[in-house]
Design a protein around this ligand. Structure first.
Ligand SMILES: Nc1ncnc2c1ncn2[C@@H]1O[C@H](COP(=O)(O)OP(=O)(O)OP(=O)(O)O)[C@@H](O)[C@H]1O
Ligand SMILES: [Mg+2]
Length: 156
């Protein structure tokens, strides 16, 4: 909570720089592999294309990590992260988000069955919006949840 309040104040200034999406996703991959191995979940980061993102690197890594940690926890056997145009997609083959929770899932303290504090996605949305992005969630064709982060920048 304190960290989320700081994020929204001047106390933790947003320091934007241009970063390539593939470099950023490599960092996500190396941070998340230990958890995926521990949970016995196959974790694929697919980079068929990339784009330049103007983000606060550390904060954005935090945002995407919160989404990926959830995906790994809820996956049955796999999590996939990929880039499509200027979107970053994170999907898993778990049970997905219950329909009635979808409109509220990014609000603070909203959690599902077996959830923890319900802050991870609220923090992720705050950071993504500070990065001029938008996040939405839908049903994945893998069966679980699909989080799509959409940016306004051009594809490279
Ligand atoms: N990939 C997913 N598949 C299924 N449910 C999910 C997924 N990601 C999030 N959820 C649901 O959304 C809720 C909110 O997620 P959020 O990350 O905000 O909180 P949390 O994981 O419960 O706690 P924490 O603050 O530790 O992250 C979770 O409790 C879970 O019910
Ligand atoms: Mg979480």
């Amino acid at each position: 909570m304190i960290w989320l309040a700081k994020l929204e104040s001047e106390e933790l200034p947003y320091e934007a720089e241009w970063v390539r999406s593939d470099e950023l996703l490599k960092d996500v991959e190396s941070r998340m592999i230990p958890l995926a191995e521990q949970e016995q979940v196959q974790f694929d980061v697919v980079e068929r294309s990339h784009f330049e993102m103007r983000v606060d690197r550390e904060k954005f890594l935090q945002a995407i990590s919160n989404i990926v940690v959830n995906a790994i926890r809820h996956a049955r056997s796999r999590v996939s992260v990929y880039v499509k145009g200027t979107e970053i997609v994170i999907e898993d083959d778990g049970n997905g988000i219950p329909e009635d929770l979808i409109p509220h899932i990014f609000n603070r303290f909203v959690k599902g069955k077996g959830g923890e504090t319900g802050l991870g996605l609220a923090i992720a949305r705050t950071i993504i919006e500070q990065s001029q992005g938008q996040i939405k969630v839908e049903q994945s064709s893998l069966g679980g949840a699909r989080f799509v982060i959409e940016f306004p920048w051009k594809e490279s």
